[in-house]
Design a protein around this ligand. Sequence first.
Ligand code: PGA
Length: 251
Amino acid sequence: MKREIHIVGNWKMNQTMHEISNFFVEMSKMKMELKCKAWIAPQALHIPILKEIAFTTGSIQVGAQNCCEQDAGAFTGEISPLALADMGVEFVIIGHSERRTIYKESNELLNKKVLKALSHGLKVIYCVGETLEEREADLTLKVLAEQMSLGLKNLPEDKAANLLIAYEPVWAIGTGKTATAEQAEEAHAFIRSQLTTHAERTVILYGGSVKPDNIDSLLVKENIDGALVGGASLKAQDFRALCGSASVIRK
Ligand code: PGA
């Protein structure tokens, strides 16, 4: 089953307007035909400006890093999934480990966010991954199974095509320690086995210290369909190099 490779930049709470404009100036200097999906999730505040730039460059889709489980109302500081869809935002990342750990978002809450975002036609990148303690206690597959079954409970079959999964071992995020390609492939194959619908067609991204010099070894694996990239997505040259690798790897 052929799945399109996705390179997704998660800019987290980074980038000023000056840095954003430099990023796109640099990107435009590096002419190359993209044969993968290139997505970027900036801070919510920057979504409109990125959408405008992306519209003129034509090759990058823009998404959000989080959204609320409600559409509207008295939820000060939250990001409405209805408003995201209304603005033509392409995708939303849900359940990133920083949301799970710093903001204590549970699988149950994330399930509500996933269903709500999908109901508005947004694509969802649902993140799962174990901590170092869980890996060392041999709990990786148990944790992944729980995050998959609770977070994706009641997933409507007709929305499954809009779901992507990101496997991000927490110990590999921002640490410079990447999972080996074999560790990642084992987790990806397991995650695919947990999908109750659309399993062979679902894109599963790897995330955690992905860089231009380690992406090739990951993308050649059968169940790794792209990357969710933090640090390396902030620099145009690295982001372009990641997209370049993804464009030459054929699945
Ligand atoms: P990193 O972040 O590439 O900086 O490790 C990945 C992520 O948090 O999505």
